[in-house]
Design a protein around this ligand. Structure first.
Ligand SMILES: Cc1cc2nc3c(=O)[nH]c(=O)nc-3n(C[C@H](O)[C@H](O)[C@H](O)COP(=O)(O)OP(=O)(O)OC[C@H]3O[C@@H](n4cnc5c(N)ncnc54)[C@H](O)[C@@H]3O)c2cc1C
Length: 639
């Protein structure tokens, strides 16, 4: 593989593929366009961090979508750059296509696996690519954002059998910290080899840049896999909750023609949002409000129409990737956040956009669209597809003890209750708990419908995987929640078990049907998408918190079940974690301030504008084209 790597100019300029966008390239004034573009983005040069040849590596792995990685992945790269010693290079493995420069986030070498595709479920492929690069670089640490890449991170932790920490909320040069017991405790340990970072751990503003060398990895030959991706049906985006939406068209006080804005949202398959003023005026429902006292959104694209960009509004769009503003005032604060600001009357530009996209202004055909699935109406098990003759299906469900976040009382773990509910609909299920057999909260599992509960007595910090695996081995399905509310809450246990058992594992499950010795699983993906996957049994299936049902407590059932005990687990406890009460908020990992006195004073009183291109002349039709060009160039629309 090493020889096959194809080296590409690391500092290549980004390609502008569409004629239209040439007019909005920062600083470019040529061409026949009537549109004038200005920018106030700061481009002061920064020094290279790595000035000597690298002797060691820190590897970051992230999945891309439409040629870019998200803010969370940028944070993981910046974290690696802040951890790196002067002779340590930050290598980034991007699963999927990449068309952005990661040098600004501290990446020294960027390996792009174009043959990976975040839209496709092929965990064996990504695992093979990642293990290959790891074998080659032998990194001191491997960092992944604990989002869509968390599945791969956990597979790696299990496959490589290395020290790992997941849901890391605080990172230091010598330690990581995670929350436990629903945030009541903070657990710290020395830096493990594999780190899965939660969002907002790291400040991406760095005083240096990485070398940003880009290398494209050749595609791996097709290999046998137990995972079959059966497809991801299209979703009606206009029906999605704002938190799940990929594209949002949002209205502010500058929008007087609400029907026009709604038509525009439909054209872009976008969800509709609003500023507080637009909501208070009764133009939009309260659940459309975005901002500090409304929804926080993570969309790819945010088209802010007639919104000033007050600080409370900006709080709600912090994680949005592309912001496009239409505002008649070029100095509105939203221009400081937007990647593209169109200065004009909102109604005029919306009208021009609708005109320019007339071919798209259709009424969607219902047969083409799977409506966004409301949480209460998804069938957990599709009765027709399920082989009901499988009364003999042996289902094992893991049960842990959770914690009521309000009063701290022990209770059945919410995520495991979802797994139990699914297990009950599949067939005979046994619950398995590793811990204190006398914990009173265990009895409540019977009240939720369990009939058999087996306990493996174990003390704190014992390795429970071998004992759990030996109990699971004679079952057809192992069902678990995503992460336990008590214990480490890392979400690693199902992956470690699957690896030990040699079974396939599928996460994010919200529905399962069993037929012909196979499990067909519906996964809940970000942005309201649902994917269908099939694996042969036996398999581990991890139930997503979005699984659409409410476990029912019946006091009368509480005494109906029986608890059996297995031999206790003994051994040397894992002492790598130090647990303490969570008294303080996690501290962000950031570069040391190296400003002179004058610069420090300036930064205290001046807010740095981060705005992008500003289109302030030309006709509304020209400006509509500038928006479409931006969207096309960044692959945000495919038409
Ligand atoms: C405690 C607190 C919490 C808050 N929480 C939120 C929150 O969660 N979300 C939120 O949004 N706000 C919130 N606010 C309110 C916030 O401070 C702003 O008042 C609000 O966001 C302004 O909404 P707006 O930008 O739509 O309206 P305005 O401030 O009136 O701005 C309208 C913008 O539209 C432009 N405009 C006007 N006419 C046109 C036109 N014809 N064409 C193009 N542009 C035009 C103007 O130039 C202006 O920039 C909160 C305030 C407080 C005090």
């Amino acid at each position: 593989m090493t020889q096959a790597l194809q080296r590409i100019n690391p500092r290549r300029p980004f390609q502008v593929t569409s004629e239209g966008l040439k007019r909005i390239v920062l600083g470019e004034t040529g061409g026949s366009s009537a549109v004038h573009v200005a920018t106030h983005r700061d481009t002061a040069p920064k020094p290279l961090r790595l000035v000597t040849p690298a002797t060691t590596y820190i590897l970051v792995i992230a999945h891309s979508e439409r040629g870019a990685i998200d803010v969370h992945a940028h944070e993981a790269i910046a974290a690696a750059a802040l951890l790196a010693k002067p002779t340590t290079a930050v290598a980034v493995l991007v699963m999927g296509d990449l068309s952005e420069d990661l040098a600004a986030f501290g990446a020294d070498q960027v390996y792009v696996s174009d043959s990976s595709d975040s839209a496709r479920f092929d965990p064996d492929h990504d695992l093979a690519i990642a293990t290959e690069i790891i074998a080659r670089l032998n990194p001191r640490h491997i960092i992944l954002p604990d989002n869509a890449s968390g599945d791969l991170g956990r597979r790696l932790a299990a496959r490589l059998d290395v020290s790992a920490a997941a849901h890391v909320v605080e990172l230091r040069p010598d330690a990581v910290a995670t929350h436990r017991q629903s945030g009541a405790q903070m657990a710290r340990r020395d830096l493990p080899l594999l780190i899965l970072l939660d969002p907002n751990t790291t400040d991406t503003a760095l005083p240096f840049i990485g070398a940003g060398e880009l290398r494209r990895l050749p595609a791996l030959p097709d290999a046998d896999t137990r995972y079959a991706d059966l497809g991801t049906p299209p979703v009606d985006a206009t029906q999605l909750g704002l938190e799940e939406a990929d594209f949002i068209v949002a209205a502010g006080n500058g929008v007087s023609d609400v029907p026009m804005l709604l038509a525009l949202a439909k054209t872009f398959d976008a969800a509709v949002g609003a500023s507080r003023v637009a909501v208070d005026d009764g133009r939009f429902a309260r659940d459309k409000q975005i901002g500090a006292t409304g929804r926080t959104v993570t969309a790819n694209v945010y088209l802010a129409v007639g919104i000033s960009g007050a600080v409370q509004h900006l709080q709600g769009i912090r994680s949005v990737r592309h912001v496009i503003a239409i505002n008649k005032d070029a100095s509105a604060p939203i221009a400081g956040r937007a990647d593209l600001t169109i200065v004009d009357d909102a109604q005029a530009v919306m009208g021009a956009l609708l005109e320019a996209t007339r071919a798209r202004n259709f009424t969607p055909d219902d047969s083409d669209i799977v409506a966004a699935i409301p949480p209460t109406s998804v069938p957990l098990v599709d009765g027709e597809g399920t082989d009901r003759a499988l009364g003999s299906l042996r289902v094992l469900t893991l049960a842990s003890v959770g914690r009521n976040p309000v009063n701290g009382a022990a209770r059945p773990d919410c995520n495991d209750l979802l797994a139990l509910e699914l297990a009950r609909s599949l067939g005979n299920t046994t619950l398995l708990h590793a811990g204190d057999p006398n914990q009173p909260a265990l009895g409540d599992y019977f009240a939720y419908g369990a009939t058999t509960l087996a306990v493996i007595p174990t003390a704190e910090a014992q390795d429970i995987i071998p004992a759990l695996a030996s109990q699971a081995a004679n079952h057809d399905i192992l069902l678990t929640g995503t992460r336990s509310e008590g214990g480490e809450g890392s979400g690693l246990v199902p992956y470690l078990l699957a690896e030990r058992l040699g079974w396939p594992i599928v996460g994010r499950a919200i529905a399962v049907t069993i037929a012909d010795g196979q499990a067909s699983i519906t996964q809940a993906l970000p942005k309201g998408q649902r994917r269908h996957v099939r694996v042969p049994l036996p398999a581990v299936i991890v139930i997503d918190p979005k699984a659409p049902f409410t476990p029912r407590y019946a006091f009368a059932r509480r005494r109906a079940g029986t608890i059996t005990q297995h031999a206790p687990i003994t051994g040397v406890p894992d002492t790598s974690w130090r647990v303490e009460p969570a008294t303080k908020r996690p501290v962000k990992f950031k570069a040391k301030e190296q400003k002179a006195g004058h610069a420090r004073m300036l930064s205290a009183i001046v807010t740095e504008a981060k705005g992008g291109a500003v289109v302030n002349s030309g006709t509304p039709a020209d400006k509509a084209q500038a928006i479409l060009s931006y969207l096309r160039t960044h692959k945000l629309i495919e038409w």
